[in-house]
Design a binder for this molecule. Structure first.
Ligand SMILES: C[S@@+](CC[C@H](N)C(=O)[O-])C[C@H]1O[C@@H](n2cnc3c(N)ncnc32)[C@H](O)[C@@H]1O
Length: 195
């Protein structure tokens, strides 16, 4: 078992909310089939698993990844250092909406606070170009977005209503060509900037 498989196993055992396997296969497959993707920005690092899976696809890939939680940030930095990827994956400890850079990215992987997806999209839009792609995970939120009767928790329902509004607006956003894959991962959207 390689180190990344071991990290995945540990993260799942400790209930760190890393991406579902089918979502990760889709994401890495997407990057593999688009050789132009070299600069990636990720919102929501957790322990660094998804950053490393993305960086592993090709050696010319660099990742800026942003994590708000101090403990997660420290674990990610250590895991990335142990994997020898610190020269290609840069972990930033802050709220993703405070990350300011003049860099442009080929791919944005948005996997941080689900209720903030609109904010992240608008914040990072100036760092994209026509052809950049945003990938969003958790747009089903375990099926609750489309079936609110599955939860009785008020804050979960509030959040899933926000996700639904975001998803509907994204599908109609004329700046992007969006494909929604409800059956992959926890509901993934791929939005290519066209304007
Ligand atoms: C679903 S997990 C990320 C999983 C990771 N992408 C993976 O698949 O390996 C979401 C992470 O986003 C972080 N997060 C939540 N709100 C954030 C924010 N505003 N800015 C940056 N990170 C945030 C959480 O602390 C959590 O570690």
């Amino acid at each position: 078992m390689n180190d990344l498989n071991e990290l995945e196993k540990q993260a799942r055992q400790s209930h760190v909310p890393i991406m579902m396997d089918s979502g990760m296969l889709f994401l890495t497959g997407y990057i593999r089939s688009h050789p132009g993707i070299m600069r990636i920005l990720e919102a929501g690092t957790a322990v660094g698993w998804s950053s490393m899976k993305m960086a592993e696809v090709r050696e010319n890939i660099t990742v800026d990844t942003i994590e708000i939680d101090g403990d997660m940030y420290r674990q990610a930095v250590e895991n990335i250092r142990n994997a020898g990827l610190s020269d290609r994956i840069f972990v930033h400890h802050m709220d993703a909406v405070n990350f300011e850079t003049a860099s442009y990215y080929d791919l944005f992987f948005i996997d941080a606070a689900k209720s903030q997806y609109r904010k992240y999209l608008e914040h990072f839009y100036p760092n994209s170009y026509v052809g950049s792609v945003f990938i969003f995970d958790n747009l089903n939120f375990h099926g609750i977005v489309d079936h609110p009767e599955l939860s009785e928790n008020r804050s979960t329902l509030q959040m899933t209503r926000k996700i639904l509004r975001f998803r509907e607006r994204l599908m109609q956003d004329r700046r992007f060509k969006t494909e929604f894959y409800p059956e992959i991962g926890d509901g993934i959207a791929v939005s290519e900037r066209i304007l």
